[in-house]
Ligand binder design. Structure first.
Ligand code: BGC
Length: 248
């Protein structure tokens, strides 16, 4: 199936047509800056612009940086507080005229990695995927099945949300060396290892391209690897999510 996948992020809203059978992008990614403040109505207009750019009619998968439980936004860590309690699927469907299927952004990336990326060999066992950017997103799979909205980035490490110590935004704003940041991230991984005894950690987000620079400071025993799909994972996973929802 050909489905439009969108990834709503703090700085950009990106979309592309996805072949959900292969996980390939069928078009270049089209990106529009996230409107200042990322208010619901402004984001909805931008999503509509992207649908129009592709002259797209059909189901749309949307990865969103918050808890999305059956279409309702239930957290606002890095987005406007006005999203709280909103039915994002209803809002975006009204503005675009297309059926919208929204999913947490890290869950979307996880779905893509498990289907077309590094997770393919781990259909048995427990896989934890973490996306590292402005915040830290998480997705956990047991025997290939996702438990959605886990929000491990908000686990407390030394009294602070993990993402307030070990996100990429923190690394940059505190100008942390790879060693310092790597050790902080390791503390977070050790906590997750203790709680879940996973078979695999997959690290995504732009920083995963620098994996060699920081992974040497990890002490965690669990196999830890960079994501394979990198930037595309959010878009591909959102499209897959929509495709699966339309089949149900
Ligand atoms: C949000 C998550 C999101 C992650 C990555 C966190 O602050 O709470 O829902 O997945 O950022 O965007």
């Amino acid at each position: 199936m050909e489905i439009l996948g969108l990834d709503i992020g703090g700085s950009g809203i990106k979309g592309a047509l996805v072949d959900t059978d292969t996980g390939n992008l069928l078009t270049e990614r089209h990106r529009i800056n996230t409107p200042e403040g990322a208010e619901p109505e402004d984001v909805a207009q931008t999503v509509n612009q992207i649908c129009q750019f592709f002259e797209y009619i059909g189901p749309v998968g949307v990865g969103f940086p918050a808890i999305v439980q059956h279409g309702i936004v239930l957290s606002t860590a890095n987005i406007s507080k006005n999203w709280m309690g909103l039915n994002i699927n209803a809002l975006l469907s009204q503005r675009t005229g297309n059926p919208i299927f929204s999913v947490n952004d890290a869950d979307a990336a996880g779905i893509a990695e498990m289907t077309f990326g590094v997770g393919q060999e781990y259909q048995k066992g427990v896989v934890i995927l973490l996306t590292i950017g402005t915040g830290i997103g998480s997705a956990i799979f047991s025997d290939g099945v996702l438990v959605p909205n886990t929000e491990f980035g908000h686990l407390k490490i030394r009294g602070k949300d993990a993402e307030h110590r070990a996100s990429d935004a923190m690394r940059q704003s505190e100008d942390l060396s790879w060693k310092k940041w790597g050790r902080r991230f390791d503390e977070f991984l050790l906590e997750l290892e203790k709680l879940f005894s996973p078979d695999l950690f997959v690290l995504g987000g732009g920083i995963s391209k620098k994996f060699e620079k920081f992974s040497k400071y990890f002490s965690v025993q669990t196999r830890t690897i960079p994501a394979y799909l990198l930037n595309q994972a959010g878009i591909v996973g959102a499209a897959l999510f929509a495709s699966n929802q339309t089949k149900n």
